[in-house]
Write a protein of this length. Sequence first.
Length: 248
Amino acid sequence: MKSKILFISILLMFISFTACQNTDDWQDLFNGKNLDGWKVLNGTAEFKVEDGIIVGTSKTNTPNTFLATEKVFSDFILEYEAKIDPLLNAGVQIRSLSIPDYRDGRVHGYQVELDPSKRSWTGGIFDEARSGWLYNLESNPKGKEAFKQGEWNKFRVEAIGNHIRVWLNGVQTADLIDEKTSSGFIALQVHGIGENKEKEGKVVLYKNIKIKTENLEDSKTPLSNDISQVSYLNNNLTVREQKEGWKC
């Protein structure tokens, strides 16, 4: 009986230790209280914290405004929730840069789109201030239906090596292979609205922003061919293409 109790105790300790280890893999990028660890780039739209939420408010006559992490990240799994006014457009930059010798510090890099318009490309991947759309959702009708207007939408972004995949509310929306940028900051966007007074003062909200940079191979989502994969590699096959029997 004593040996059985000892075995159960050891098993519970192992389960508890494993759970703690998995939890510790995640880092909160937003502390829920203030914007420590973040900085505003390019535009003058306002970012503030209200009730544990980052609130970005649109402003006329300013370019796109970005709230960027002071840290840079290479391979990671990122999760966050977002809600947006239907008149706005926004997104979350990943592996992005702002350097003096590129358009006077213009933020550029991959953006996970937040698009409440009828186009419904939320969860697609746009190359901000560089190449434009890399992965839209025209070939992914299920992905186009995943966005919930007026509600919190949960995103999961897996950027591991040259492979970037996105899920929106549990539905995969993008599968991209690209090698333009291997590391950079993460940034929340408030898109410029020009002189449009109707869009002035509208908000985009972000919360529960967390990132995992360790044990990614154990945590990444298994590969699937449920949606189209887009590759921008030159003269190289992706893992998926190799499995499908493609040849250079």
